[in-house]
Design a protein around this ligand. Sequence first.
Ligand code: 13P
Length: 250
Amino acid sequence: MRTPLIAGNWKLNKTISEANKLATQLVTGLTGVSDREVVIAPIFTALSSVADIVKNSPIQLAGQNCYPEESGAFTGEISPLFLRDAGCQYVIIGHSERRQLLAETDAFIQQKIVKSLAGGLKPILCIGETLEQRENNQMFDVLTQQIKGALKNLTAERIATLVVAYEPVWAIGTGKTASNEQAQEAHAFIRKLLAELFTPDIAETTRILYGGSVKPGNVDELMAEKDIDGALVGGASLNAEDFIRIVRFN
Ligand code: 13P
């Protein structure tokens, strides 16, 4: 019922020529993939050349962030309008690196979600607890607050295209993946929360991705969990062979 989605977040990596090369390898390696969605999120400066390369392939594009205004005097920002113009269908919003390094709040993230949806982009909303929060038994409270904050004043109809990515901060870039049980527990909780806050239908159709040290060696078991609908991959998405294997999970 939920089409699996594997997304590669390239973060601040790959020059334009390196991005083009990786995209070309992915197009070749992913021909024929049709029962799952594939998304990559290169740096902004590489979006338009990568868009040309992935045209007519199963690969779709995401921006790594956006500003909640369409255009105007917002030096250094990028908006849903221009991400669409560059060829994006998706946008990653509220990544923990931005929450931590750039002090993004749930309220600001909510504005980005609203504008992305209005601008025709599908948001990939990132949420997740820190190690300290997990150890203090605050995980469920943190996830609840992040979901409620980011989706405040939105209706079930509005969030029909939303994707949620559960990315426990302690598992990002650390090589320490959440166990299948830990990930499944968080995903089931998020789904239940969506049912309570919106409708059972939205909970049933919204894809919830797992992110945090996803690799070729652990993707199959993660994807076997009932509430894990895909992956948001960082480090391993920078290597064509690894990312292709992850997309081709069993
Ligand atoms: P890693 O896969 O490198 O742990 O990164 C996960 C992530 O932050 C994806 O957004």
